[in-house]
Design a protein around this ligand. Structure first.
Ligand code: HEC
Length: 106
């Protein structure tokens, strides 16, 4: 009986932790990015570019992660028609990697 309870507890813990891990990129995006890039990464006209399914997001993870960590402003801006820069939001590299994984699922 005790073993069964321990086993159930272990399974539940695993289910909880794996769902929390899966949610973190999504949660970070919702908290820090969706205000500009839209809830589904669809972009906001005149404000921030689309992220869902674009060539940049489908490409290598490294430049995406770098953009998230460092932002993109001034001469580095690629979307000259958008008045805003991509702000440096203080996202840690580890969190940025989770966000990149999430962006690739959009
Ligand atoms: C204040 C609005 C704002 C917020 C908040 C914001 N961004 Fe951006 N983001 C921008 C703008 C504006 C650009 C376009 C910069 C440029 O002209 O190259 C951009 C560009 C990007 C790009 C490059 C897209 C491309 O096609 O080159 C990525 C990736 C990105 N943002 C991801 C994120 C992520 C992830 C977050 C949350 C951690 C976030 N952004 C938060 C405004 C924002």
């Amino acid at each position: 009986m005790r073993n069964a309870i321990v086993a159930i507890g272990t399974v539940m813990l695993f289910a909880l932790s794996s769902s929390a891990m899966a949610a973190s990129g999504a949660t970070l995006f919702k908290q820090k990015c969706s205000v500009c890039h839209g809830a589904q990464g669809q972009g906001t006209p005149g404000m921030a570019p689309k992220l869902a399914g674009t060539d940049f997001i489908k490409g290598p993870a490294e430049p995406i992660q770098e953009t998230i960590v460092n932002g993109r402003a001034g001469a580095d801006k690629r979307y000259k028609k958008l008045p805003l820069a991509m702000p440096k939001l203080g996202v840690k590299a580890k969190d940025a990697a989770e966000i990149v994984k999430y962006l690739k699922t959009l």
